[in-house]
Ligand binder design. Structure first.
Ligand SMILES: Cc1ncc(COP(=O)(O)O)c(C=O)c1O
Length: 423
């Protein structure tokens, strides 16, 4: 037989994957490579209690098969959460998925015929490109930075490019941390309507939006002060009212927007729970595809999550997380600003990461072994660009590193960059 081959093109070379995995498992490397939530924000004891109470009260149901559309109590909770974001959707029109990632795969299969044009931002979340790779799409590229989306390129992608689907990370964009303005959201919807196109609004980071710009005073704080200020708990900050609503909150266009959500960034990715909210006909078809794929999302974690949500206000937890992530963002921005005055980068307004182009076109993959020997790791960001060609780009994730670690990591990176340029 011939060796089988998976048609998933957007990924790190195997050698880089091996290096990044080693960075997680060795204690002396501060890794800014994984866009993962903070270990110390997981409500582990509460989850333990929720798990015990599910097993005590509904053990058989939690260990039994469920339904492809998801656990009804959880869908009610998701509908209530979405309502706080301005998205009005009935629980029946929510499909629980095995992470938002499964939603991407299902939507690609349903909405993108093989070889059809597909509009994506560049850069964008690599594993979304991986999910869509299987459709062998004709990519239509829409540049995205922290400053916004290239709306002319989008009009062209829909117009001359013929795309009838757009994949978009409107808030907390991965990897840039950009947040689209309300005006941009309205224009995206207007263009989609004019071209009768679907919009997949990936809102996995939708809640991770920072109310204010980077706090430049972060640079004045000593390491001991910053690590003290990085403790969890305390007062919850005021609710951020400036966060633009998800696209599905803009009522006129509900029939063309598929909203993807997730509990991974705001609570715990180990649960593997995400969801799609959309028009009834879309959800019905996605549910059929999901049944064919994995029958259902794990009943056990759905019930544990639903029980946790019965007992704990998600919003309070999210607000606590945002205040930690915002401080970490401030510290990273301050450190990068000081270390790389001539490099190309922008301060994230949401999400978990910052996109930095190393100075002098240094090759991020080639430099990674040296950087790791110096005690830090980043993720080479070329696979976030649909057509590649950005070897100097690195993604720095600030979410799971404390403030002292962020400063140390940037210092180590700057040392290697300086030595390489001199050498
Ligand atoms: C933009 C974006 N969408 C979706 C996902 C997938 O999240 P989940 O854990 O819910 O599958 C990620 C994970 O990194 C992401 O960055």
């Amino acid at each position: 037989v011939k060796n089988p081959r998976a048609d998933v093109w957007h990924r790190q070379p195997a050698e880089v994957e091996r290096q990044l995995k080693a960075a997680v498992s060795t204690g002396n490397v501060i890794t800014l490579a994984g866009g993962v939530p903070a270990d110390d924000l997981f409500p582990s004891a509460e989850m333990d209690e929720a798990m015990a109470s599910v097993m005590r009260d509904d053990g058989a149901a939690a260990l039994q098969y469920g339904w492809p559309e998801g656990h009804d109590r959880l869908r009610e909770h998701i509908a209530a959460w979405l309502a706080t974001e301005g998205v009005v959707v009935a629980p029946e029109h929510i499909l629980v998925t095995s992470g938002a990632q499964q939603g991407l795969d299902l939507l690609g299969r349903l909405l993108v015929p093989e070889g059809a044009p597909l509009a994506v931002e560049t850069p964008t979340y690599t594993s979304a490109l991986q999910a869509f790779d299987l459709r062998k799409p004709a990519w239509r590229v829409v540049p995205r930075t922290v400053r916004g989306l290239d709306l002319e390129a989008l009009a062209d992608a829909f117009g001359r490019g013929g795309a009838r689907v757009l994949y978009l990370v409107s808030t907390g964009h991965n990897p840039t941390g950009g947040v689209l303005s309300e005006a941009e959201r309205l224009e995206v919807l207007r263009l989609a309507e004019a071209h009768d196109a679907w919009v997949i609004d990936d809102d996995a980071y939708g809640s991770i939006h920072f109310a204010s710009g980077p706090d430049t005073s972060a640079g004045d704080t000593s390491d001991s002060d910053t690590s003290a200020s990085d403790t969890l708990g305390g007062d919850t900050p005021a609710r951020d009212t400036s966060r633009p609503s998800p696209l599905r909150a803009f009522g006129r266009h509900l029939d063309r927007v598929a909203h993807l959500g997730s509990f991974s960034k705001v609570l715990a990715p180990g649960l593997r729970i995400g969801f799609v909210a959309g028009p009834p006909a879309l959800i019905r078809e996605l549910t059929r595809l999901k049944q064919a794929q994995d029958l259902e999302t794990a009943t056990l974690t759905q019930r544990v999550l639903a029980r946790w949500l019965d007992q704990h206000p998600l919003e309070r937890h999210i607000e606590r997380c945002i205040s930690v992530y915002q401080r970490r963002r401030d510290v990273l921005v301050d450190a990068v600003h000081a270390a790389f005055p001539r490099a190309r980068w922008e301060a994230p307004a949401g999400g978990f990461s910052l996109l930095l182009h190393l100075p002098d076109q240094l090759d991020a993959r080639a430099l990674l072994p040296d950087v790791m020997r110096a005690g830090m790791a980043y993720e080479p960001a070329d696979p976030y660009f649909v057509h590649g060609g950005e070897p100097s780009a690195v993604r720095l994730s600030f979410s799971n590193v404390d403030e002292y670690g962020l400063r140390a990591a940037v210092h180590r990176l700057a040392g290697v960059v300086a030595a390489t340029r001199l050498g």
